[in-house]
Design a protein around this ligand. Structure first.
Ligand code: PMV
Length: 339
């Protein structure tokens, strides 16, 4: 039996969003994106090579491993095949995966899940790939944002034309600038429209092309804000870009409405916090939940204000993290009744 490799990889929150693709099938984004890698919202994935048979995909759930089902299983199976094709390998795998944050909390788990799977498979095969290569492979999962989750700190994923080698790159480490991300959960059900469908529809919005023309200045502003640890400058741009993602989504055909009434209530709380002298800034991915970025010194006050906002059902507190890491304990060892 081969060695089991277990990798924990984090989710990330984009401050300049990837929204729309030039070539969705090959995960070629329409625009560059920049994100902050998180540390507590993680996926843990154990992989070992099978002696014989087909891929086996298991989902860790409360100390038990169950066979994965439906589109969740299909996407993992497809990515295993993509990895084999790209790496010229033929091995089959047993994979077990688990998220630290409930998928039902409506938070994106595909970036962390596919980053963990990509790193774990490459290590199980004994490959020592650099993070750029891992990023390129992770992006082929169909979750482009997974390309950013193989690195820690502040990460930019450039847009390049199909066929070129392109991968995310680290702009700054977590040590350079650590911010808190207090996530206000206002909707626990999974979203109605996947980000994949959102990317597909984006170009039908009259606001899509215009956003692309203003992005170079926005990206430059974010790079500079990160270099100078300038939260006010970063915050202004990240709010603009979050609103524009949703403007594009709401004006796509057919339109996509990700927000819930409480999304707007949280945005108002954050503006009130700023008036009261607490710098905090909101951003939303393709969902209703609100990520509020602030300095560690303001985290408790921000959390208190968010919890007091009607419609907020739960808070997840996270902060800048340093990327995937290998774990000693595997999900196979932890699980009851699976050898
Ligand atoms: O990685 P995908 O294909 O699920 O797309 C991510 C889309 C957003 O989360 C809304 C934005 C981003 O850049 O993370």
């Amino acid at each position: 039996m081969s060695e089991t490799v277990t990798v924990q990889a984090p989710a990330n929150i984009a401050v300049i969003k990837y929204w729309g693709a030039r070539d969705l099938q090959h995960a070629v984004p329409a625009n560059p994106s920049i994100s902050m890698t998180l540390s507590s919202c993680v996926s843990t994935t154990s992989v070992r090579i099978r002696d014989a048979g087909a891929d086996e995909i298991l989902l860790g759930d409360g100390g038990v491993l169950r066979p994965a089902e439906g589109s969740f299983r299909d996407r993992i199976a497809a990515h295993l095949q993509t990895l084999r094709d790209c790496l010229g390998r033929h091995e089959r795998f047993v994979v077990a995966t688990r998220n630290s944050f409930p998928a039902a909390a409506g938070m994106a788990s595909s970036a962390s899940g596919f980053a963990a799977l990509t790193v774990a498979v490459s290590e199980a095969l004994g490959l020592r790939l650099d993070t750029e290569r891992l990023s390129e492979l992770a992006r082929l999962s169909g979750s482009g944002s997974a390309a950013r989750s193989v690195m820690g700190g502040w990460v930019e994923w450039p847009a390049a034309s199909s066929g070129e080698r392109f991968a995310a790159m680290q702009l700054a480490s977590a040590e350079h600038w650590t911010l808190c991300d207090v996530i206000a959960i206002v909707q626990q059900a999974p979203k109605d429209v996947s980000s994949l469908d959102g990317h597909r529809r984006a170009a039908t919005s009259p606001h899509f092309e215009r956003r692309l023309t203003v992005l170079p200045a926005r990206l430059a502003g974010v790079r500079q804000a990160i270099a100078h640890r300038d939260l006010a400058a970063l915050g202004e741009i990240l709010e603009q870009d979050a609103i524009e993602l949703h403007l594009v989504a709401m004006s796509s055909r057919p339109p996509i409405y990700y927000w819930a009434p409480a999304t707007l209530a949280v945005m108002q709380t954050v503006r009130n916090l700023r008036v009261a002298g607490r710098p905090a800034f909101y951003t939303m991915d393709a969902g209703a939940n609100v990520h509020v970025l602030c300095a560690p010194a303001d985290e408790d006050a921000v959390a208190q204000a968010l919890l007091a906002t009607p419609g907020v059902v739960e808070l997840v507190r996270d902060r800048t993290g340093s990327g995937p890491r290998r774990l000693e304990t595997s999900l196979f060892d932890e699980a009851i009744g699976h050898g």
